[in-house]
Design a protein around this ligand. Structure first.
Ligand code: PHE
Length: 460
């Protein structure tokens, strides 16, 4: 057993609070912000949904993020070992680490299909730059996307490229890998996003997008919509996957976890709203459908790029933005698993990264085939709930609806009820009233809210 004070020799720290913020924001800002948030907002009627989503970020997202970072920094090991150490220090059962085990497993599974979607973004950079959307009809653009999904070989090539990019960064370790990547990619992402919003203001439909996003229409909000908002708050902040524990384990002792987590959550939310402000004006200007679902980014937007002046330039820049966002998120999915292997000294950094990345790449092939050759294969089809669900659908469902909420719920309960209040107070470095607020949220509101979504999603 590891002595609770010792830390493994290979371990370093982020060079600054800013480095951690960029890395954690890089994790949080991903396909969820730029691809999913706009389309679920579109499907759920806009403003009212946004309002509920913001509430969920405040009540569930921020408190759990603080709890996860706390465990990582207090334990200073990989998420599973950290959880055990924090439990032991607080005389709680080491079995609580099941929360981190579920999280690390979820990270591994999610990366396998996240990489496939990251590959779509990479391939669309090329399509946009080559002018493949220019002057095309909706049907032709739909066929382009359909053609990508129908071709296992093309998907495999892009999945391989994307996974290689991720392995390349993680293999180089904390400072020359993760930290260097986020210090280049995050500012670039932000500039690209500003350009996209700037362009959107010239379409003449910016005001329409603003009122769509910010005028609450509660008539359009359903119970289902509230649950989607809750689930998305979780996903978009990268919670329940041991990521914030892994990243927190490299955070300097003098840094306030409370303020830092709030900063990361605000940046993530700002990016999601900006993505909406970049995308919806194009949608409205071209008379397209705001509630187009998952195809919004890969079908609706290319149509808009195909019709605008300099569309191939803006289109390519937009997909570079999406690619960068997906890349920094994928890095954060690989890190907890690699950190675990490395801590266990099974392999050194390079070996661990290649092994985990390779295994993930292999599993990704099942998701690729689910889109074409195996599209009729529904492994759990005997249950009505899963009729017609491919392996890809199932991996997505079980991670997002079972593993993440379960891991988050256990973390909230553990930190809220089993960790000494004094140790939380000093680590989070929150002042009187904000500490009390956080403490009450993590003990009561957060677990109750997560439990409700969890049960509802399982039964619905
Ligand atoms: N938070 C990321 C997003 O919004 C998604 C993500 C999930 C990233 C899980 C890493 C891990 O897209």
């Amino acid at each position: 057993m590891t002595d609770s004070r010792s830390t493994p020799a290979h371990r370093g720290l982020w060079s600054s609070r800013m480095a951690f913020i960029l890395a954690a924001t890089g994790s949080a800002v991903g396909l969820g912000n730029i691809w999913k948030f706009p389309y679920v907002t579109g499907e759920n009627g806009g403003g009212a949904f946004v309002l509920v989503y913001l509430l969920c970020i405040a009540i569930i997202g921020i408190p759990i993020m603080m709890a996860e970072v706390f465990i990582g920094r207090n334990g200073r090991h990989n998420p599973i070992t950290s959880f055990r150490l924090v439990a032991e220090r607080n005389l709680a059962s080491p079995a609580w680490r099941i929360s981190a085990i579920v999280g690390v497993l979820a990270a591994f599974i999610i990366l396998s299909f996240y990489s496939v979607i990251g590959g779509w973004a990479a391939s669309y950079v090329g399509h946009a730059a080559m002018g493949d959307f220019t002057g095309q009809s909706a049907d032709a653009i739909g066929e382009l996307f359909g053609g990508l999904l129908a071709s296992p070989v093309t998907l495999l090539i892009w999945h391989t490229i994307f996974m290689a990019l991720v392995v390349f960064v993680v293999a180089r370790g904390l400072k020359s890998g993760l930290e260097r990547a986020v210090t280049i990619l995050m500012p670039a992402l932000f500039v690209l996003l500003l350009v996209a919003v700037g362009y959107a203001t010239t379409t003449g439909h910016f005001g329409e997008a603003v009122s769509f996003l910010f005028t609450p229409n509660f008539g359009a909000l359903t119970v289902q919509g509230v649950l989607v908002a809750l689930g998305h708050a979780f996903f978009t902040l990268s919670l329940g996957m041991a990521i914030m524990m892994a990243y927190g384990s490299y955070l300097g002792d003098d840094i306030s976890i409370g303020r830092t987590a709030v900063t990361v959550s605000i940046m993530d939310t700002v990016v999601a709203l900006m993505a909406g402000l970049a995308i919806f004006p194009l949608v409205f200007a071209n008379g397209l459908e705001a509630g187009a679902g998952p195809g919004l980014i890969f079908q609706t937007l290319p149509l808009a790029f195909g019709q605008m002046p300099l569309g191939s330039v803006f289109g390519a820049l937009f997909f570079v933005l999406l690619l960068f966002a997906a890349w920094t998120s994928a890095i954060s999915l690989l890190e907890p698993v690699v950190e675990w292997m490395e801590d266990k000294l099974i392999f050194a950094r390079l070996g661990s990264t290649i092994l985990v990345g390779g295994a993930c790449w292999l599993l990704g092939i099942a998701s690729i085939l689910s889109l074409n050759e195996w599209s009729g294969f529904a492994p759990l089809g005997m249950f009505e709930r899963f009729e017609g669900n491919t392996i890809f659908d199932l991996l997505d469902f079980f991670t997002a609806n079972v593993m993440l909420p379960l891991s988050g719920l256990l973390t909230a309960l553990f930190v809220g009820w089993f960790v000494a209040k004094e140790s939380l107070k000093s680590d989070l470095a929150l002042e009187g009233a904000s500490f009390t607020l956080w403490y009450n949220l993590i003990r009561f509101a957060t677990p109750v809210a997560v439990a409700i979504v969890f049960v509802y999603n399982l039964l619905a």
